[in-house]
Design a protein around this ligand. Structure first.
Ligand SMILES: Cc1cc2nc3c(=O)[nH]c(=O)nc-3n(C[C@H](O)[C@H](O)[C@H](O)COP(=O)(O)OP(=O)(O)OC[C@H]3O[C@@H](n4cnc5c(N)ncnc54)[C@H](O)[C@@H]3O)c2cc1C
Length: 309
């Protein structure tokens, strides 16, 4: 059987594109098949349309950030570092700039420059690009594979590498219904920790957003890959939100005592305005088991401890 291509890459997102470029650079005859009408559709909306392409940290920094997958990825981070990526785009005519927290963006502030550079690089290396083509079936035959594309003729290739999929960089659904009342509320300068059995996944300080089904925002998206891995194993995962990560427990305790005694005749729903965003107060007090109209000087020690939890 004569095969048209050595390798077929299905899906022209950043990973498929880079794999196709590298395989063509190494002399393979490659086809990249994309169901959308262009490559990198998702890539073009990343970083709010500016594409935060990488980070200026060293390979060990990436290993750390990737949690349990970091070890597996170590070789890859050393073989092709963020400096290599910046260099790759520099050669393709897209200069990069580094912003706060080491985040790297194209100087054009447009993800379209990145997409165009990748498209040109695919063409320059001789990788064939097929768009508007959704792969529906892959069949193994002696010596290779037949790839069926909806409404188009089959493609025959020697190699297809199939990887199981897992959700990464996704918002998370919570069991608690009260999140719905907080939909759209963003919390800044907070810290989150996921717990599952003895496992603990901690975030740095950052932002979280409540949605109608659960939680989202940068901190959640960053850790979601580790959480979905636990959920796939049917493990229960609990989320703790530290609203005051800058305060030690005893500092928070004395701050609350001071507030409750200095404004002893204020209702809890009012006194908490100094501590929490307005929309969070009713939900927060309900969980702590304290009525909104309760006078702050009537709050017991146990109830105050409930607030801290
Ligand atoms: C809003 C948002 C902002 C983001 N911002 C950033 C950022 O600033 N920096 C960053 O590093 N990451 C960011 N990300 C994450 C980044 O977009 C992903 O990590 C990245 O796109 C994953 O690349 P991929 O190639 O694995 O998958 P994808 O980009 O999802 O590409 C997969 C491709 O396969 C195609 N496909 C699927 N099935 C078929 C089929 N049967 N036949 C043919 N084609 C098929 C799809 O159409 C798609 O084009 C962001 C994500 C989102 C949603």
């Amino acid at each position: 059987m004569k095969y048209e291509y050595d390798i077929a890459v299905i899906g022209a997102g950043p990973s498929g594109i880079m794999a196709a470029i590298r395989a063509s650079e190494l002399g393979r005859k490659v086809v990249i098949i994309e169901k959308n009408d262009n490559i990198g559709k998702k890539l073009s909306i990343t970083g709010k349309g500016r594409c935060n392409i990488t980070n200026a940290c060293d390979p060990e920094g990436f290993v750390k950030k990737f949690g349990p997958c970091g070890q597996f990825l170590r070789n890859a981070f050393y073989a092709f570092s963020s400096e290599d990526l910046v260099d790759f785009f520099g050669k393709a005519g897209v200069e990069m700039k580094t912003e706060r927290q080491g985040r790297i963006f194209p100087v054009t502030d447009k993800s379209s420059s990145v997409v165009e550079a990748l498209k040109m690089s695919l063409a320059a290396n001789g990788a064939e690009q097929i768009y508007d083509s959704s792969v529906s079936v892959i069949k193994k035959e002696a010596g290779g594979f037949v790839i069926s594309i909806t409404d188009k003729k089959d493609i025959r290739v020697k190699k297809v590498n199939i990887k199981p999929l897992r959700a990464e960089l996704v918002p998370l659904v919570t069991e608690e219904g009260w999140v719905k009342d907080l939909q759209g509320l963003g919390l800044e300068n907070i810290k989150i920790t996921f717990f599952s059995g003895k496992k603990k996944i901690e975030s740095p300080i950052g932002e979280l957003m409540f949605t109608h089904f659960g939680v989202s925002g940068p901190l959640v998206l960053d850790l979601s890959g580790e959480v979905t891995a636990l959920l796939e194993e049917d493990k229960e995962v609990a989320l703790q939100i530290d609203l005051k990560p800058g305060l030690r427990e005893e500092q928070l305790e004395s701050k609350l005592i001071h507030k409750f005694t200095s404004k002893g005749h204020s209702m809890m729903k009012n006194i908490m305005k100094d501590v929490l965003p307005n929309r969070l107060i009713p939900v927060f007090l309900k969980i702590a088991g304290i009525s909104e109209g309760r006078m702050s000087n009537q709050v017991t020690k146990d109830e105050r401890k409930g607030i801290k939890r």
